[in-house]
Design a binder for this molecule. Structure first.
Ligand code: NAD
Length: 238
């Protein structure tokens, strides 16, 4: 019988996928969206994080995203981000699939990150079809030279996911031998379904979260605790 709370050593696998959510950045100081202290306790997404809000009041939506940029800039990648990057360096077939938009995996040293929900650090002009990286704060000017608004290149509520991005994530997960899900409530679809792909192909699946999620019962291993401590167990110092 599998001991579900035991952490297997990740060095025993070849093609690992880390599937991360807001919880992996919690110990860096970035609030999660749901749960106690979550962002949606303080804000209404209909005012700040959907296309209709942007059409109605782009300045307000940009102010809110500038606050999220400031919040992320004030935080540092934590041990979990750094260890995930170390795994990727040591085992180059490792992929990081994140729902996060904060850029902390990259700042922690990860070289390849599939960002399912876009990035706070990219903006796009839908009229001109341009996407560009931008790390300034506050973001200025808010209008493209064509006169239209730059839009944060993030997947807002009611937006579809980018087809190519989800295809890359799906392919990585379909080919993995181990999926480690860290800090996701498994409530945001379709991202929440991706770990099921790993289960279908017979990969070893590990959930890291201080709390149960709707998918906990399906994982081979459930590590109940914060991301940093659990990553240290999964990747002990050699
Ligand atoms: P969520 O807010 O719905 O859930 C966060 C999960 O993290 C919860 O299950 C919680 O129990 C867990 N958690 C809390 N502290 C933890 C810790 N120290 N270690 C490990 N886990 C911990 O987040 P979600 O599932 O990612 O979905 C919300 C959506 O909003 C996603 O698109 C998400 O990426 C986005 N979001 C991004 C950021 C960010 O970029 N940092 C922050 C908030 C939300």
């Amino acid at each position: 019988m599998i001991e579900r709370s035991r952490a297997p050593d990740l060095r025993g696998f070849e093609r690992i996928v880390f599937f991360t959510g807001a919880g992996v950045s919690r110990e860096s100081g970035i609030p999660t969206y749901r749960g106690r202290g979550g962002i949606w306790e303080r804000f209404d997404y209909r005012e700040v994080a959907c296309q209709r809000a942007f059409a109605r009041d782009p300045e307000k939506v940009w102010d809110w995203h500038d606050e999220r940029r400031a919040e992320a800039l004030a935080c540092e990648p934590n041990l979990a981000h750094r260890l995930i990057a170390e795994v990727q360096r040591e085992m180059p077939a490792t992929e990081v699939v994140t729902q996060n938009i904060d850029g902390l995996h990259q700042r922690g040293g990860a070289e390849r990150v599939i960002e399912l929900h876009g990035s706070l650090w990219r903006v796009r002009c839908d009229r001109e079809g341009i996407v560009k990286e931008d790390f300034s704060h506050p973001f200025q000017p808010r209008r493209c030279k064509c006169g239209d608004w730059w839009r944060p290149d993030v997947v807002w509520f009611e937006d579809p996911l980018d087809h190519e991005t989800i295809r890359r994530a799906w392919t990585a997960i379909e080919n993995c031998d181990c999926l480690v899900s860290i800090g996701t409530s498994a409530n945001v679809y379709p991202a929440a379904e991706l770990p099921l792909v790993a289960m279908r192909v017979g990969a070893v699946t590990i959930e890291v979260n201080p709390e149960d999620t709707p998918l906990s019962g399906l994982y081979a291993h459930c590590l109940r605790g914060p991301a940093t401590e659990m990553m240290r167990r999964l990747w002990p110092e050699s």
